[in-house]
Design a protein around this ligand. Structure first.
Ligand SMILES: [Zn+2]
Length: 194
């Protein structure tokens, strides 16, 4: 999660008031670009500062408020920047079991049945790497059948070539614990319910 958040931090820094308040229970806020593209997750305090500085609009709050002597601020759950941030590159999502299951729709990539495990296409014992391009969701039966053989030494075939997901949504999904209100902006409804 580092680089996008660090970039957000660069313009979210503020000498201000809100930073001194105790953290609310819901401590995270989703930041959307002006185009509604998800950019990253920041602390709710930082998000509140962006809204107070008129750099972002509040789209959803957590239903809690930050109080001070002079003002009351809704704790942001989702904010949208008022200006466009160019994202120079898409960070690579960290490989996770959960992410592989989501990418592959919870289906075994060899036979289409419900997946229960992950399989290294080129077995690790044959030098296969633990990377998105070499890991697929698999059912127990296919996993057991394939064992540590190369694919060409079996009669099994991959439905599609595994690739690394590029979109930030996948980074967030792979982290788990994505609040329901964020789903509509991350485009992951189907994947999460699969
Ligand atoms: Zn299978």
């Amino acid at each position: 999660m580092t680089s996008a958040i660090q970039r957000l931090g660069a313009f979210g820094r503020h000498p201000g008031h809100v930073a001194d308040y105790p953290a609310p229970a819901m401590g995270r806020s989703l930041v959307l670009n002006a185009t509604y593209e998800p950019l990253g997750v920041v602390s709710s305090r930082r998000a509140a500062v962006l809204v107070m500085d008129h750099k972002a609009d509040l789209l959803h709050s957590w239903g809690e408020q930050l109080h001070s002597a002079r003002l009351v601020v809704d704790v942001p759950s989702v904010i949208r920047l008022r200006y466009f941030v160019r994202v120079p590159y898409q960070r690579r999502a960290a490989l996770s079991r959960r992410g592989v299951f989501l990418r592959d729709g919870g289906r075994c990539q060899y036979c289409g049945r419900r997946a229960e495990s992950i399989d290294h296409v080129v077995p690790r014992s044959r030098g296969g790497q633990h990377v998105w391009e070499n890991v697929v969701a698999a059912c127990r039966r296919c996993n057991t059948t394939k064992r540590d053989r190369m694919l060409e030494d079996t009669n099994m075939r991959l439905g599609q070539h595994p690739e690394a997901p590029r979109h930030l949504s996948w980074v967030l999904v792979a982290l788990g614990n994505v609040p329901a209100i964020w789903h509509q902006y991350l485009g992951v409804d189907k994947a999460l319910s699969a």
